[in-house]
Every structure is written in structure tokens, then in C-alpha cells.
Design a protein around this ligand. Sequence first.
Ligand SMILES: Nc1ncnc2c1ncn2[C@@H]1O[C@H](COP(=O)(O)OP(=O)(O)OP(=O)(O)O)[C@@H](O)[C@H]1O
Length: 426
Amino acid sequence: MEIPKHQQKLSTEQAAILEEVKKGTSVFFTGSAGTGKSFLLRRIIKAMKDKYGSEAVAVTASTGLAATHIGGITLNSFAGIFTSSEVAKKPANDFVNTRWVQTRALVIDEVSMIDAPLFDKVSTLGSTARNRQEPFGGIQLIVTGDFFQLPPVKHDQYAFNSKAWRKASLRSFNLKQVFRQRDPEFIAMLNDIRVGLLTDRYIQILSDECAAPVAYADAIEPTHLYPVNRQVNAENDQRLLRLELPEHHFTAHDYGSDEVLKHLLCPKFLRLRKGAQVMRVKTKTAELVNGVVGVVVGFQEDLSGPDRVLPIVEYSLMSGRKIVETVEWDKWERSDGRSTASRTQIPLCLAWALSIHKSQGQTIDRVRVDLNKIFAPGLQGKCQTYVALSRATCLEQLEVLNFTPQKVKVNMDVVNWTKTLERIDI
Ligand SMILES: Nc1ncnc2c1ncn2[C@@H]1O[C@H](COP(=O)(O)OP(=O)(O)OP(=O)(O)O)[C@@H](O)[C@H]1O
């Protein structure tokens, strides 16, 4: 039986970082995919809230999706930056200002996607609001992410190149122990691909051994990871239509601005049929976590609900255990500092396919990665191969399509900066 996540122990290196944070040190901790950055971050957030009180701990991430994984908001929203062109030097309104003053610890997750101008801008706003010269107005910073994963959306101006980063003197830690994968050969291959190293053996694994479809005994197919959203939507729509069974529609009850809600993985309109492959998009219990994949096995009458039925889903956990759940309506609340918005919806999305972008941060049990369009215009192609491959837990559960050695690329800015990074390896 799988140990529930909240009962799993921190490793020695994770525990050492937690202790440092508890002392009040500003830290940056990194590590390759699956080293437990998010796992540790959740424990740090809890410890910080116990220490300072919930109101004094600002939990933020670079993107709305990353923020939903840790129950936070985007860094922009926290800082009160509402348009990309905004050059404000002081907080937008009293609410944002008060929040800056109340905050004692600021958590920033998935920092690789934050660009240097934004990092500087937020720091300046913090200094102004708190009337202190130090970066971010002297707040304790807890920053995490992996710069070898997705870069800033707009351009390659990484946060580590910002003035605020240099001045903040973050104590840097590098997590080494990988938890997501167990096979030492797979771990070594991922660690090398992360920094752009490709051997003949890796090429053989990715182009030959992983070219075969993943074998499985139950009804849960590998989730297909694509670089382009259009590919994802097309596959999910086609697969749903192929199920020649009645369709049920679930329309979200939204309150507030669409802009605030657009990052939720949970769709505004959800179409389901019996047999649909779905992903739970909100954690409910230690086992029914955000990201667990299952199949709709039926619908239960619910005369009191707006759609008069509720989906019944059978999930297959990594331990091999199956859980059947009648999925009930759930609610998300989001605030961008100016307004609050909420969505009430069935916490599921179709999951035959997912974008590589949305898969960042997830562990996916069975994966089929299609690298065909990773360099499509507008995509941050260089690190997509690493992000996609590192979602898998083992080579046996990974199928790779369209691999060529040219698909492994790395940003030299990150390689060079990493060499200069003074960090404590525990
Ligand atoms: N100390 C631990 N004990 C047991 N399992 C752990 C531990 N730390 C992390 N894990 C597990 O390892 C997996 C990967 O962890 P997590 O998602 O936190 O890694 P990550 O570094 O944030 O990865 P990514 O960079 O891909 O987002 C998760 O299933 C998590 O529960």
C-alpha cells in the first residue's frame, strides 16, 4: 500500500533546506525534475504558515497553472501588476499595498518562467510598499524551480540575470536525490539530457527501445504529451467522438472575470461520455491527488445538481490499486489583487492528451511523448524534450515518437550561469 504523501518523510537534503528556511534565510533551491522541489515546497509553506500565520506567507508561482498546484496566485497578481506594459513603481491599490506590508515570507515557484524585468519590477514594488531599500522590501524569499525546464514566456531573460536576484543574496541549494524515477540508467539519461548531453546509448534508447507502444493491462491509456495545444484539443475531441455513447455536458458556474479564471486546468465546458479518459484536477484525498488519471465508468443520477448526473470515475493508482469515485462539484477561488473570481465545476479534464507545458510539475504514470512540433513558432522548444521525458516514472511506461538527436537542446545562458552558481550541495 502506497504511503500517503503527507506521511512521507523529507530526505536529509530536503530537511536541511527546511531547517534553513525556518531560521529565516532567503533561499533558492533547485534540482532536476523529480527531486521533490514541489514536495519540499509544500512542507515549507506549511512550516512558514505555522510560524508567521497564513496571512503573512505569500504563495506565488510564475504561471496560473503552477500556482494552482500549490494553492497560490501568480507573482504578477500578488505584486499587483495587471498588464505586461505596466511600469508602476508603487502598488496599484491599498489592498495590494497592505498585503505587501503584511507579508513576511514570499514563496516563488517555477521561477524559470519568470523574466528578469518582472523579477526586478516586483522587487521594486516590494521596496516601495515596505519603505525599505533591500530587494523585495526585505521579505524572506523562498524561490524554487529548475532553469533547465520551461523558460520565461516572452524571452530568454532569466530571473537570475536580474538586479534583484543578484542583490537578494539567496542561499542556493541543489537537490540531488531523484524520487520520480528509480531506474539508475533512466535517471542518468535524464540528468544528462537536461544539460544537453546525448550519448549513442541514449539515442538508441529513445529512438528504438522507447519507440514501442507501452503495454498495460487495464483501461488507462498512456497520456499523450504534445507541444502544441491544437494537437491536444484535436486528439481529445476525436477520442471523445469515437465513443458512440450519450454525452453529458457540465457547464461551470463562474463568478467574476474570465481573465482571472483562464489558467485553471478545469474547463469551463466539460463534455464527458462513458469510457472517456480523464484527469482529476484538484486534490481531494492523499490518494485522489491533482493529476491522477482514470476512466469514466458511468454516471449517477443527481436530481439536485444542475446537470442532473455526476460522473463515476475509476482511477488506477501507481501502486496498482483502483479507486472508484462519484465526482462531485468543486469550487476554485482566485484573486488577482483587484478582484476575486470563482469557478464551480466537476474537477476533471479530458486526459487522452495534455500539452507539455501543462505537464510541467506533474508525475504521469504512462506517457507517450510526440516530439514532432517541439520547435513550432512561439514555443520554448529547447527544453521541451527534457520536460516531457522527465514526466515518466520508468522507461517501460514511456513511448517516444519522432525522436532525433536534434530534439535535445539546451540554453547556454543556463549552462553558463549554473557553473557560476555558488550553491550548497548537501
Ligand atoms: N522525500 C520524499 N519521499 C517520498 N517521495 C517523495 C519525496 N520527495 C518527493 N517525492 C515524490 O517524488 C515525485 C516528484 O516530486 P516533485 O513533483 O515534488 O518533484 P519536482 O522536483 O517538483 O519535479 P518537477 O521539476 O518535475 O516539477 C512525487 O511523486 C513526490 O511525491
